[in-house]
Design a binder for this molecule. Structure first.
Ligand SMILES: [Fe+2]
Ligand SMILES: [Fe+2]
Length: 408
């Protein structure tokens, strides 16, 4: 099944307006989901699959639209052109008191994609907050007496003569700042106040752009929450109360934490643990529930589930780091895995971790075709396959965590 092909359900509003999409999303999540509760139990799995696909299609549509709606890059560029400035930045104020630089026109487009948004240097926060609280534009000169060298550098005031700083407010809500770095001695044209006046419409647009971006991010979080709920107990093994996805997710999180991964990397692994077999929703249930070994034709179908899962989730930008983990979770360290036969470090580290956790969880939890093994037997099997199926460094870490009681 082509996950990108929209299913025959009217879910996309015609007007290119995020608010409409928002209303529609809420409508979908209440009426459609409620309706699904009245359908016969045997059809529930198919309906869950359809719902998942609708969500993924809707998310893809929203992210395409958000590219048009996300005005920030364009506004930063226009602000530099209109005012003949050296650079512009758009920053958001965060509830924890920090500032995130959403756009920095000094960065090349490729760097912009890789580095933005990023945390503004701490030394700049106090000055930024003062400007916001004044609620009016401020011109900060390079030779202002009350600024330290660190603060000057943090704000980029070491490279330009002046910073023009415009606070962004939406009613009573603090939004952030629009900043322009300028060298007025190089220009002889208009007065500063004229040019600051020209900035007001751009500042207003930046405020709207930031608000839209936040709505988009909240919507994506809601998508992920609903997808996680719909994907629960994908294999529905009635014989076992073992929650395989949850168990796998707990293990990968523990391993990633002990390796010192970043919060974002741990989050991606946690979601990958919960969603790794979501592609099995596209595998016929008879195969999933078959008590004996699969025939070679049946295996051909079953081996597609990592790619099905990756395709299904590929349109959700919040899950972009989760997709490769899912896609490669059945690759093996010696290249004998599927679907691509990758080996060693060709396999993303997240997928190598998931592979160990998945295998262990399946062994101790059991499946329709095999009885559960004891923890000791499962660990022995991991050790036996270390360096063949599994990355030995990860197996060693896994055993360390088992021995210290952090993995069960
Ligand atoms: Fe799998
Ligand atoms: Fe699994």
């Amino acid at each position: 099944m082509d996950s990108k092909k929209p299913i025959n359900v009217e879910v996309i509003p015609s007007a290119p307006d995020l608010q409409d999409a928002d209303k529609l999303f809420l409508n979908f999540s209440t009426t459609e989901y409620r309706k699904s509760k009245n359908i016969p139990e045997k059809d529930q799995r198919l309906h869950r699959l359809l719902e998942l696909q609708m969500l993924c299609n809707l998310s893809q549509e929203l992210s395409t639209r958000s590219q048009h709606l996300d005005l920030l890059d364009h506004l930063a560029e226009q602000a530099v052109k209109i005012t003949h400035s050296e650079f512009s930045q758009i920053l958001t104020w965060e509830p924890d008191g920090s500032f995130i630089c959403q756009v920095n026109s000094r960065l090349q487009p490729a760097d912009q994609q890789n580095n933005s948004p990023y945390l503004a240097p701490i030394a700049s926060w106090l000055h930024y907050l003062q400007v916001i609280n004044q609620k009016k534009p401020v011109v900060l000169k390079q030779d202002a007496p009350d600024i330290s060298e660190d603060e000057r550098r943090a704000m980029g005031l070491d490279t330009v003569e002046e910073l023009w700083m415009l606070p962004l407010w939406a009613g009573s809500e603090k939004i952030g700042l629009l900043i322009l770095g300028s060298n007025p001695s190089h220009k002889k044209d208009k007065q500063i106040c004229d040019r600051l006046g020209q900035m007001t419409p751009i500042a207003d647009q930046a405020t709207i752009g930031i608000q839209r971006k936040r709505i988009q991010q909240n919507l994506e979080k809601s998508f992920v929450e609903i997808i996680l709920a719909l994907a629960e107990n994908i294999e529905v093994d009635a014989r076992s109360s073992h929650r395989h996805e949850y168990h796998t997710s707990t293990i990968v999180t523990t391993i990633a934490t002990s390796f010192g991964f970043s919060t974002a990397e741990i989050q991606a692994l946690q979601w990958a643990g919960l969603l790794h077999d979501i592609g099995k929703m596209q595998i016929p249930e008879e195969l999933l529930q078959k008590p004996g070994p699969l025939t070679s034709d049946e295996w051909q179908i079953m081996r597609k589930h990592p790619v099905f899962g990756a395709e299904m989730l590929s349109s959700i930008s919040l899950l972009k780091d989760v997709v490769p983990i899912i896609k490669y979770h059945h690759e093996k360290y010696n290249g004998s895995g599927y679907p691509f036969g990758l080996k060693g470090e060709e396999i993303p580290i997240g997928a190598r971790i998931l592979s160990v956790a998945d295998a262990y969880s399946v062994m101790v939890g059991g499946r329709v075709y095999c009885k559960p093994r004891s923890q000791k037997e499962a660990v022995e099997e991991l050790v036996r396959c270390s360096g063949k199926h599994f990355d030995p460094i990860i197996v060693n870490k896994f055993i360390e965590l088992i021995d210290s009681g952090l993995i069960y």
